[in-house]
Design a protein around this ligand. Structure first.
Ligand SMILES: Cc1cc2nc3c(=O)[nH]c(=O)nc-3n(C[C@H](O)[C@H](O)[C@H](O)COP(=O)(O)OP(=O)(O)OC[C@H]3O[C@@H](n4cnc5c(N)ncnc54)[C@H](O)[C@@H]3O)c2cc1C
Length: 499
């Protein structure tokens, strides 16, 4: 019976596939728009403590405004050597002293746009704006580009989505790359990207505060920079446009659990997990069953650790490939042709045929389908890359919600106790924008507020990129839209000046 149903579904998919191929004239823009509409697959956390659990909400230190006393060239034109883009390296470019104030804050009026963050979103915005001839100043708190990928992810990481949905605007990922490039390949691509578009971020420069100045009609962006030669320096950049590209994953989310302080094993967040080599034969609890948690549990099993994974309530796990095709692509194609509920039904059914009844292993599905849930809550389905097999083999144990830690282990919701050598919290990240952007442009949860049209366009020259929970596909669209919008206004200004 299952085989026959599988055959029927396979036939339907093949039919849609042929239809799709016939429509091969459809451009990437169509794909992108579709994906936007559906908004699928980006890494999200499952445990969501309140904002106060995560942020130190105390206002960032006030920096005195020193005004625009000098006409600097701006860092975009700065000929000083850019750092070699190595995180943690001390060789970083720096906030230079254009004009000092009596309070020691350097004033840096810059032409064009200020971009906060040199992750994939900041780089995409920078490249698109440069192509439009708009000058940019890119401020990055770490010492490299793509610091999330470089510094805060595990070794075995590959893109979860096929490469054609992960490329940045104006430069595709190399044809020689596999469908799911690994972390190193993706970082190499980012290095090539900054080279191609001559993007020189100002590193080790944290944006502490940004506020619109109604009088001067500019954004005032206050930073603290660090260099080995000068120590800490404060600066204030001013520009007509501000682009927030500091990411949905800027701050870790760590739940506060009773007994955390007295637990004798090691505790870490997934951002600090690299591989399972130090956990051989150790009992490790992974808290959180998003894409990161599932993959870390798999990595631990591969390193012959004894991992357990906490599944608090329900989770959608889909195979990364369904009948040999990328589930992400299949989902997109189906949702183009069918209503979302039917697409969801087919995805769940296809998953059942491929992975079996996961509820038997403690992985209950939410009532709503994976795409409908993503659209409604932003919660991303897990794309399985082998974890389910290890769960079925008994190499990864599924356990319920943790209620407290003891000195040697944890107590679960069902009253049972288990000892663990280490606990890894794969409980996700949050944006840090509410900590530094003044005004009501972003909500307390770190997402753009309703005042940001479609999540990317705010008022008074404010833009955001990478905050629509659509992963790199969202970045692609936001960057293109932002460059068009600012480009038009910039051209208009230039024309006025010329007249
Ligand atoms: C493990 C993992 C796997 C993923 N896999 C995929 C995938 O396969 N496909 C997909 O589409 N998406 C994936 N994602 C989602 C991914 O995070 C985004 O697609 C993308 O990398 C986010 O880029 P970003 O530039 O918006 O944010 P980030 O990469 O987080 O970059 C933001 C930058 O801003 C800097 N910054 C933050 N605050 C400040 C400040 N105050 N001042 C100055 N600089 C600041 C940070 O240092 C950082 O460099 C994955 C995410 C994770 C965590």
């Amino acid at each position: 019976m299952a085989a026959r149903l599988g055959f029927c579904l396979g036939s339907l998919l093949s039919f849609l596939d042929i239809g799709w191929k016939l429509c091969s004239g459809l451009t990437r823009a169509v794909l992108t728009n579709l994906c936007n509409a559906v908004g699928i697959f980006s890494d999200r956390c499952l445990m969501s403590p309140t904002l106060t659990d995560v942020y130190d909400i105390s206002a960032s230190s006030e920096v005195n405004n020193s005004g625009q006393t000098s006409q600097s060239k701006g860092p975009e034109n700065d000929s000083s050597d850019a750092p070699k883009s190595i995180c943690g390296s001390k060789s970083s470019q720096f906030v230079d002293k254009t004009s000092g104030s009596k309070h020691g804050t350097m004033s840096r009026p810059v032409e064009g746009a200020i971009i906060v963050g040199a992750g994939t979103s900041g780089l995409a915005a920078a490249a698109c704006l440069r192509e439009r001839g708009v000058p940019i100043t890119l401020l990055e708190k770490s010492g490299c580009i793509g610091s999330l990928w470089k510094e805060r992810t595990y070794d075995r990481l590959h893109l979860h989505t096929p490469k054609e949905f992960c490329q940045l605007p104006l430069m595709p990922l190399p044809a020689s790359y596999p469908t799911y490039p690994n972390k190193k390949q993706f970082l190499d691509y980012l290095q090539e990207y900054v080279k191609r578009f001559d993007i020189k971020p100002i590193y080790n420069t944290n944006v502490d505060r940004a506020q619109y100045d109604e009088n001067s009609k500019v954004w005032r962006v206050q930073t603290q920079g660090f260099s080995s030669s000068n120590g800490i320096e404060k600066a204030e950049y001013t520009a007509r446009w501000l682009i927030v590209a500091s990411g949905e994953n800027a701050e870790i989310v760590m739940p506060k659990l009773q007994g955390m302080k007295t637990y004798s094993g090691s505790i870490l967040h997934s951002r600090n997990y690299k591989n399972g080599s130090e956990y051989v034969d150790k009992k490790v609890l992974v808290v959180g069953c998003g894409n990161s948690g599932m993959e870390i549990a798999l990595d631990l099993a591969n390193f012959t650790a004894k991992p357990s994974i906490v599944v608090r309530d329900s989770v959608h796990v889909l195979p990364r490939e369904i009948f040999g095709a990328s589930t992400f692509v299949v989902a997109m194609r189906l949702s183009k042709a069918l209503p979302l509920w039917l697409t969801d039904w087919l995805l769940v059914f296809g998953t059942w045929l491929t992975l079996g009844n996961l509820a038997r292993y403690g992985l209950k599905r939410p009532i709503e389908g994976p795409l409908q849930l993503k659209q409604k809550t932003g919660k991303t389905p897990v794309l399985d890359v082998g974890t389910i097999n290890q769960i079925k083999n008994g190499n990864i144990k599924v356990v319920p919600k943790v209620v407290a830690l003891t000195t040697s282990g944890v107590r679960f919701e069902n009253g049972e106790f288990e000892s663990y050598d280490a606990i890894i919290f794969a409980t996700g990240y949050r944006s840090n924008v509410p900590m530094w952007l003044k005004g009501n442009f972003f909500g307390e949860d770190g997402s753009p507020s309703a005042s940001m049209r479609d999540g990317w366009k705010g008022e008074r020259g404010l833009y955001a990129i990478g905050f629509t929970k659509k992963g790199l596909v969202g970045t692609f669209t936001d960057a293109t839209n932002i460059a068009k919008d600012i480009g038009r206004a910039y051209d208009h200004d230039m024309l006025q000046t010329a007249i």
